[in-house]
Design a protein around this ligand. Sequence first.
Ligand code: AHR
Length: 641
Amino acid sequence: MKHLLHCLPLSVICLFAVPMMAQSSAPAKKAEKAAAQLTIAADKTLHGVSPSLYGMMTEEINYSYDGGLYPEMVRNRTMRDGGWMQEDWMVVQNAAGGASFVNDEKEGPTAALPNSIRLTVTAASPAEPAGLRNNGYWGYPLEPGKSYKVSVWARADGAADLTAALVSDKTGKAVASTTFAGVGGAWKQYQGTLKTGAIAAGQGYHLELTLAKPGKVWLTLASVFPETYKGRPNGTRIDLMEKMAGMHPKFLRFPGGNYLEGDHISERYDWKKTIGPLQDRPTHPSPWGYHSSDGLGLLEFLEWCEDLKMDGVLGVYAGYSMKQEHADPGPALEPYVQDALDEIEYATGDVTTTWGARRARDGHPAPFKISYVEIGNEDEFDQSKSYDGRYAQFYKAIKAKYPTLPLIATAPVTSVVPDVIDDHYYLTAESFFADSHHYDKADRKGPKIFVGEYATMEGSPTADFGAALGDAAWLTGIERNSDLIVMSAYAPMLVRVDPGGMQWHPNLLGYDGLHSYGSPSYYVISLFSGHLGDRVVESSLTGGGSRFAYSVTRDNGKLYLKLVNGAPTAETVEVAVTGPTAGAGKAWTLHAASTVDTNSIAEPRHIVPVESAVAVTAGKLVRNVPGYSVEVIELPVGRTK
Ligand code: AHR
């Protein structure tokens, strides 16, 4: 059963949701009530913990990739026609007004990129060049002493020398430049390096592509790329990858979300158009209101998994797009089923398979690990009610070729039994506290559960502390039920915080061009995931109130206690552990004085976990959990069977 599923605007969600938790900025008060009693039998295992419990969900939303994780600096690099609102590309004029351009729909280097900008320069000199300007994603985020790879596809009417320069918005002066001499009559890619000197780090820069003599050139697929994570060509942004690694994620669900489905069938995530050289990727409109470069395509998703040591949870397009377009089960659906089979083969097949060989040609001979395949996304929104039939058709075809590959359904189906159901929850903190026992009594005989999207709907652009409390309470229930729940992921994960960058809030990680930060919820997930354990042990709680939640897990050596106090006042918890427990442990406390307090670009580490020492004496521990706080406590335990 899904809760408050999200194609709905946030206002609609709030109408349905239980009232938000009180947002007080009053300082936390001392505990005045009786202590809660938490009894733990460390040597009594209830069930195992899913090792893949914590992972990540991603899609192109909030400039997650373009303008985000995919650090290409040129916006609209394929020079699509921006119409009368041509805002990505502008002319660089000189005193003679020497430059003009048009979008030429008939001139392009490849079938995928049949268009270009035709730049005409009628008057120019080395002192007064003229050409094109690109402002990038809220500017070009440059740093001193760095090298940036620059490239552009070009052809000239006759011959031309094309200069690419990174220019300061303030001074109008180039801070790095290179000239591609002798651009000729045939389409060709020109590549170089732009090296900055002692400049101020910041986003106040732009790109200029200019001629120093009159001439006519056609241009497309311009690129300015910084260093990437692990130095991968066409790779990912370093600080964001490092922050994600801090979440200890075991899987990545990609490519969406709504982004998988698209508004229309023609705008779905058509994976075959996202692989291979960039000049062979036609790009596509995304349902979140901007165009996707597809620079971060299927192979790059898989490499992202590889870089962070995650399994892939591959979402395959299932024949339904959000403006109520669908393909009926039967012959009309067959091409999409075949696309899914090909996609799985591209990801996992060895080089003797057709699509495994294609992956090798694209630069990655070794297969990737896909641990689950998800068929569609939120298909209960399909008013034609065709999902049951569509799911069954995909299920049978995929199982015939990959019998052991678990398949996820996104809505209830009856024709076949799915291995896993994907449930999504976007709720208030109050609702998450109230619902943290949601799965305690759930049927254990049916499909497993993937909580493929959840978030407490507080905070913008990123989750605030009230949201972190709600998320933490919810996660205690997920851990307690991790025999049934195999995976969980917060959504959405990424947001560009510059004006206009956000289509949805809250989000987990915020960033501009150069800086990034984790929300309090990011630290909750990182703490929980980093102290997972491999089994849930027997425990019981008396007292604690409706805004208190906990979970207890362990492995061979450590007991992990998660305590969430969503009330403004402190909660004393008397912990009694039976089983071999003694000695020094550690605690991490995440606390804020107010539920609306949060982190930001200006204060990225305002709310972060604080580590302290704890000791268990004769199996006893008294913990004064401050109001508005989340604690993870790690205690030593002896081995048990
Ligand atoms: O996470 C944002 C959106 O919420 C996802 O794209 C969709 O699956 C859900 O409705």
